[in-house]
Design a protein around this ligand. Structure first.
Ligand code: ADP
Ligand code: MG
Length: 547
């Protein structure tokens, strides 16, 4: 297979691929892909649940990330294998669509493929497996919808529990009660009158500063910019702020590389500097003419320009992040301006107060009492950089979790309770089929149980005993019984307050089933040879060998 040979005619091999192209077919291609996908699932499986372990990831520059978050782990791992990359996509989609449940989705996909492999070994054709999986997927989604219960924006207690469930197992856990309350408070503020079914979580900005403790995390009504006022003689506070957001620099552009100016006399030098000063002065005048008293500039502000701005009593910050500029655009009603020549009052935004405050030794600019009251910032604090990073991820999961619970207005019970119930009802559904299809649907049901099984394993509990106990309870009609890993026993998880948005589970089942199906359908992998070098066949794909 390694040489692009695709057939034979009259004893002559026919080459239709370029030299160096690599091809693997049939079971080999399938096995390789499945093995790679399973490897990805195994990599994150030990992090699942509140007792899951963390991973320490070190990149080529030596930067360290310590996390329990599936999407972050896979992102940092820089995976190369094409099938493995498809699994990473599952995590990314889950993260984008729901913001949580990434590990669940990937682990489920891995398990579906593992079960499929067993069926392939029994000579069941991939088409039969994918058909059975598709039927099972639709049924699983239907079951999830059916067992879900309602939640609304006024159920503070439930919303806090959702936030709490999303945060357990992360470093945020120590202060999860306080953080959950902050998340719910933030969601309440940004929710419209439509019962919270359309919550724009972009209105909730998350800013972090190492120092203090997690308990110092605060909800600020406004935007925080991690910059300081650029010049020491500028005011540190502006009331009734008229804010100008400027995209371009307040600097004289650097000369082109090959341009030269020759200065051969002190007079010329003087003239040159005066001209520069005059140009900066006129730039500052244009800014002042707009009527602004606060300036946020995305690029640099020249020292001379700073001086003139300070003299005019302007509060200014430079090199503000683009995302911050956009957040302020939304919060203050300003329009980001790029051209100094056509600034007008209409470009300005408004905030009741803009002030520089010290946050554990560092100065940050707070823009509060904004025109748009929905603009909020969660200022995350914690002992070290690594802690605030992980708390940020946890809070993000919690905020998005609440939002997606409200989006569908429905929740399910966690701790594996929902998965066990789906598995039980899917097995019943499987009985309506005959033969091999029944096998595939049953395999899907078994695969769902990987979630409670992994939760048990990660908590050091015996997975076989726990699963047997869970199944027995569910057979008795106890739908909300799951694995209470914190107490190491089977318990009513609804009572224990472990609830999750329905959307997490729907999306996880959907994308896990889809990627498994997609990988199973591949029976031929052809990698083009790269020009002038060895073909880029991923490791483990059998590159170079003949099958
Ligand atoms: P994911 O990336 O999939 O969100 P997590 O590590 O956050 O992975 O784990 C989520 C799983 O942990 C869910 O199945 C959830 O029901 C379960 N879980 C969360 N809190 C508890 C708890 N206190 N007891 C048992 N299971 C829990
Ligand atoms: Mg989670």
């Amino acid at each position: 297979m390694s040489n692009g040979q695709f057939g034979q005619a009259g004893g002559q091999p026919i080459f239709i691929l370029s030299e160096g192209a690599i091809r693997s077919k049939g079971r080999d291609a399938q096995r390789n892909n499945i093995a790679a996908a399973k490897a990805v699932a195994d990599a994150v499986r030990t992090t699942l649940g509140p007792k899951g372990m963390d991973k320490m990831l070190v990149n080529s520059l030596g930067d360290v990330v310590i996390t329990n978050d599936g999407a972050t782990i896979l992102d940092e791992m820089q995976i190369e294998h094409p099938a493995a990359k498809m699994m990473v996509e599952v995590a990314k989609t889950q993260d984008k669509e729901v913001g949580d449940g990434t590990t669940t989705a990937v682990v489920l996909a891995g398990e579906l493929l593992k079960k499929a492999e067993d069926m392939l070994d029994q000579e069941i054709h991939p088409t039969v497996i994918t058909k059975g999986y598709r039927l099972a997927k639709f049924e699983a989604l239907r079951i999830l919808e059916k067992i879900a219960t309602p939640v609304s924006i006024n159920d503070y207690e439930k919303l806090e529990k959702i936030a709490n469930t999303a945060m357990t197992g992360k470093s945020a856990e120590k202060a999860s009660k306080e953080l959950s309350q902050l998340c719910v408070a933030a969601i309440k503020k940004v929710a419209g009158k439509d019962n919270g079914s359309r919550i724009d979580t972009d209105n909730i900005k998350i800013e972090k500063k190492a120092g203090g403790s997690i308990n110092d995390t605060k909800l600020i009504e406004g935007i925080i910019i991690d910059k300081e006022v650029v010049h020491s003689s500028m005011p540190k506070e502006a009331k009734n702020a008229r804010i100008l957001l400027l995209e371009s620099a307040l600097e004289i552009r650097e000369l082109e590389n090959d341009a030269k100016i020759s200065i051969d006399s002190p007079e010329k030098m003087q003239a040159f500097m005066e001209e520069e000063d005059r140009m900066l002065r006129s730039m500052v005048d244009k800014v002042l003419k707009s009527g602004a008293n606060v300036l946020f500039c995305q690029k640099g502000i020249d020292d001379v320009a700073q001086h003139y701005l300070a003299k005019a009593g302007m509060l200014a910050a430079r090199r503000v992040k683009k995302s911050d500029m956009e957040a302020m655009e939304k919060a203050t009603g300003a329009k980001i301006a790029s051209n100094l020549d056509d600034l007008s009052k209409a470009d300005l935004g408004f905030a009741g107060i803009v002030q520089e405050k010290k946050v554990s030794g560092d100065r940050m600019i707070f823009v509060e009492e904004c025109k748009e009251p929905k603009a909020l910032t969660l200022l995350i604090r914690g002992g070290t950089e690594h802690v605030v990073d992980e708390v940020e991820r946890a809070v993000e999961d919690a905020v998005k979790g609440i939002a997606s619970a409200l989006e569908l207005g429905r929740i399910v019970v966690g701790g594996g309770a929902a998965e066990i119930e789906v598995a039980r009802l899917l097995r019943k559904y499987a009985e309506t089929f005959k033969g091999r299809e029944q096998l595939a649907v049953t395999a899907f049901a078994d695969a769902m149980e990987v979630i409670p099984r992994s939760l048990a394993e990660n908590a050091g509990l015996d997975p076989i005993d726990q699963l047997a106990a869970l199944r027995a309870e569910h057979d008795k009609g106890m739908r909300t019984v799951g694995l209470d890993v914190l107490n190491g026993c089977v318990a009513d998880m609804e009572k224990a307050g472990v609830i999750e948005p329905l959307k997490i589970k729907l999306q996880a089942v959907q994308s896990a089933a889809e990627v498994a199906e997609m990988i199973l359908r591949i029976d031929d992998v052809i990698s083009a040879g790269s020009k002038g070098g060895a073909p880029k066949m991923p490791e483990g794909m059998g590159g170079g060998e003949d099958y």
